[in-house]
Design a protein around this ligand. Structure first.
Ligand code: GLY
Length: 359
């Protein structure tokens, strides 16, 4: 059974299709769009598993980049432009299919946003994280030496196909990392989803399609609503999706490669929950429900003790969500009630984020 979630944008509406085996749906949708050429962009992990099947079905050529965050670079982007343009067979009705996780989605999406002033891109996420978050909403980017995602564009996809079959070839650690973004969605937006997760931990850890399909659909539905409300992150609603990301990004910056994105966000959510309890009135029982879920999924919880408070503070201040001398954190007043809280980055704040008791 497939579920279709519309992303009802005024100028760039599209559908997210969720199901277990979507090759025929993808093919039908691409053919209906009548592109002059189709190019699949993927990475070296996904290519041997799934790219040939997709490329054959779509009559596409394939560009493969190295797997990993390092490919979200201007150097790899330049190589991709070269491989896109060298055969001289693309015009503005060509289409890119991004087949992979968040790195491929962001890189291929940005290539599509900029090539020939913008061509269409279909997102085919192969990781849970990309299905429930990064493939929906049109954020595309590469990293710069001075920070993550600093060179980018909003470029909505022409469609998104979340084929749960791909999750069977995803390493368990990466899959569980994606569950962190699922928990995030439940915490900031959807109490029904929170209950669904609490009632199905084992089936979800096993990626059973019957348990997973409604969870992915709920996350996509929530994200589609947020994106439809605040496509370009101007009203503050979309910024709520960054719950747990301020400390999460800082940890990724301090220890590149030590945590997968969702793992860093899990630790960041624990910090944000403590901050919410202390400064936004989040009831302890509600914070504990979210903490228990992160723990049940085996996600990491603690800021490692070897990090000095001043290092965390300096790194957070280097993050792009600065606001004067302080930082705006997404906190919860209640479950499903996120808000932005401007905080001075001082010892008291850092002790809360690190999980230390009062001085
Ligand atoms: N992943 C956050 C956003 O799409 O806005």
């Amino acid at each position: 059974m497939t579920t279709t979630v519309p992303v009802p944008l005024a100028a760039n509406a599209y559908d997210v299709v969720i199901g277990n085996g979507l090759l025929a749906d993808l093919s039908q949708s691409v053919r209906a769009a009548a592109p002059s050429r189709v190019v699949v962009i993927t990475d070296a992990h996904v290519a041997p598993l799934h790219a040939e099947e997709v490329a054959r079905e779509l009559g596409a050529r394939v560009i493969t980049v190295p797997a990993g965050e390092d490919s979200k670079s201007i150097a790899t982007l330049d190589r991709v432009y070269g491989e896109l343009l060298a055969p001289r067979d693309l015009d503005r009705s060509a289409m890119i299919v991004a087949l992979g996780g968040g790195v491929v989605g962001d890189l291929a999406g940005f290539a599509a946003a900029t090539l020939l002033r913008g061509i269409r891109c279909v997102q085919v996420p192969t990781t849970l994280l990309a299905m429930v978050d990064s493939s929906v909403g049109g954020k595309t980017a590469v990293n710069h030496a001075t920070g993550k995602n600093l060179i980018g564009a909003f470029h909505q996809p022409a469609g998104v196909f979340c084929d749960l079959r791909y999750l069977h070839t995803l390493p368990q650690r990466e899959y569980v990392s994606g569950l962190a973004e699922v928990v995030k969605t439940a915490a900031i937006g959807d109490s029904g989803l929170l209950e669904l997760l609490e009632s199905d931990v084992i089936a979800l850890l096993q990626a059973q399609p019957a348990a997973l399909a409604p969870v992915v659909a709920a996350c996509v539905r929530f994200k589609a609503g947020v994106v439809a409300d605040d496509e370009r992150e101007t009203t503050g609603r979309r910024a709520m999706l960054n719950f747990g990301h301020t400390v999460g990004h800082a940890l990724e910056t301090l220890f590149p490669g030590r945590w997968l994105h969702g793992e860093a966000v899990s630790i960041g959510m624990m910090s944000a929950l403590r901050l919410s309890q202390r400064r936004a009135g989040l009831p302890d029982d509600d914070a504990h429900r979210v903490e228990r879920l992160l723990r049940a999924f085996g996600l990491p919880e603690s800021v490692p003790p070897e990090i000095e408070t001043f290092e965390l503070g300096a790194t957070i201040l280097g993050d792009k969500k600065r606001d004067g001398g302080g930082v705006r954190f997404v906190v919860l007043r209640d479950l499903g009630q996120p808000e932005l809280l401007a905080c001075a980055v001082d010892d008291a704040l850092l002790r809360i984020l690190m999980g230390y008791g009062d001085a």
